[in-house]
Every structure is written in C-alpha cells, then in structure tokens.
Design a protein around this ligand. Structure first.
Ligand code: ZN
Length: 273
C-alpha cells in the first residue's frame, strides 16, 4: 500500500512540475532569486492526509509578567524559557517551513519529534528574548513580519531581521499593516503583499516564501494571490486545514500565557495528531 501511494505521489509531482513550467513568473523585480514553483495542491492532498501533522506553535508578546498571568497573546519570559527547555529536554527538534514543505510534498522525513516555533507581529522581544533562547538549544524559529512596524519603538529593526536570517531563522510575511486578507481588493494586494515582501527580501537578501495570515483568516482568493507571489506555504491558526489547499492552511496553536509546561506538551499531542 505504501509503495502504491509513493508511486502515485511521484507521478503526481512529476506532472505538476511539467505543468508548472508554463506558469506566469512572478515579477522579477519582486524576487531576488526565483525557484520553480510547483503547485502542490493536487499531489499534496493525498500525501498530507496520510501524514501526521507536525506541531507548529504561535507566539506574540513575550514579556516579564508573572507565570500564569498571561493571555493567549502574552507569555511571560520565564514561561517561554521553561517551554523551550522542556521541549529540548523532551527530545524535540525544531523544523523550518522548507523542511515541512518537502515532508508534505514528497515524504522527506522530518527529524524525530519535530516542532516549529513561529512568532507574529515583529515584536522586539522576538529578537532580544525568543531567538536568543532558541539558539541556546540549537533551535531555529520563524518570524512573521508586519512591515509597517519595522524600526518603530517596541519592534524589531531591519538590522535585527537581517541578523535573524543570517543566523538561519526564517523571515516570513505578515502583510504591511495586518489587514484581514479576505477584505482586500485589487491594489490592496500591492500594498499588503507585493511591497512588504519586496521590502523584506531587500533586507534579508533572500526570497520570502512563507506567510502567516493576520488573524489566521484566509479564503480561496487570498491563497491564489499568495501563490502568484511565490509563497510556498501559509500558516493559519487552529482552524480546520483545507483538504484542497493544505499547504496554504497549515495549522498552528496559540501558546496560552497561563499554560504550564505540562499543559504545553499535552496541547501539542492533542492538537496535532
Ligand atoms: Zn498578527
């Protein structure tokens, strides 16, 4: 059965690679380097349904508040440090979007106990606390950037984004000023996707290929716009993954500020099966 599944998948990917050669290329001005984009929709549905979901964690604010006093959007510095430590001590290995993509597309194995750390909204503590803590354990993270904030008080600077990228972390898009993609029309896409991605690519000197939906909100039109711009995978929150577009509706869980490390481990197991 596994052999049949592998053969079907390989045929599907080959066909899609050929079809992909004729796809409209993204505006060269917007890409520093361009790899062929495979539309994975058809091939990957079959694959993804057969594979377990790798856990993806989502953080926003990390502040010096008392453990347990945070909200869904604020985790204390000490709680965050304890969470990273327990995951390292429990044998988890961080993965990045490109690894998840190849795993979902062709079954390339992930390391044992994979986990992805993602950070939304450009907060300065993502650089000053989160990345430093991850690096203590050889971990890497994914940082989704709302570009209107870059360089503003309380947010990361362009230099910090570049430093994160150079250290092997991933910089992804999160629009210019956090609009719900379901409400965008025509020229809005230039403001919310084209310009922010170009801006980030100039800073880090690499293509931006990952995206997180503001509010976790997506629809088919938004997915089409992301595909046109070379985005290879997009992350929502804990809503249901689309069977038609699994790579553009990757699920994440918000790590609640009042979770103990035990609750975090339990949530990872129950939310990603
Ligand atoms: Zn956000």
């Amino acid at each position: 059965m596994k052999l049949i599944y592998t053969i079907i998948l390989l045929i599907g990917v080959t066909v899609l690679q050929r079809c992909g050669a004729g796809e409209t290329k993204r505006n060269q001005q917007q890409k520093i380097s361009q790899q062929p984009i495979i539309n994975p929709s058809v091939a990957s549905v079959f694959a993804i349904q057969k594979l377990n979901q790798a856990p993806v964690l989502c953080y926003h604010n990390i502040h010096d508040v008392t453990i347990g006093a945070g909200s869904d959007y604020t985790v204390s510095t000490n709680a965050f440090k304890a969470q990273v430590k327990i995951l390292a001590d429990s044998g988890y290995h961080t993965i990045l979007p490109a690894q998840l993509w190849t795993y979902l597309i062709d079954g390339t194995p992930l390391p044992p106990k994979p986990i992805m750390f993602t950070f939304d909204d450009t907060h300065r503590e993502h650089y000053s606390i989160a990345a430093l803590e991850l690096e203590k354990y050889g971990f890497k993270g994914v940082f989704f950037i709302m570009t209107v904030c870059v360089g503003k008080p309380g947010y990361m600077t362009a230099g910090q984004l570049k430093a994160l990228s150079e250290k092997g972390h991933i910089i992804g898009g999160h629009t210019w000023d956090h609009f719900d993609l379901r409400t965008l029309h025509d020229k809005d896409w230039v403001v919310q996707l084209d310009k922010p991605n170009l801006y980030l690519e100039k800073i880090i000197g690499k293509p931006v290929q990952s995206f997180a939906y503001p509010f976790g909100a997506w629809n088919d039109a938004a997915i089409d716009e992301l595909k046109k711009r070379g985005i290879k995978e997009a992350f929502q929150l804990s809503g249901k993954q689309s069977e038609k577009e699994p790579l553009y509706t990757i699920r994440r869980i918000l790590v609640a500020g009042n979770w103990s490390t035990k609750q975090l481990l339990s949530a990872i197991k129950t939310s990603f099966k």
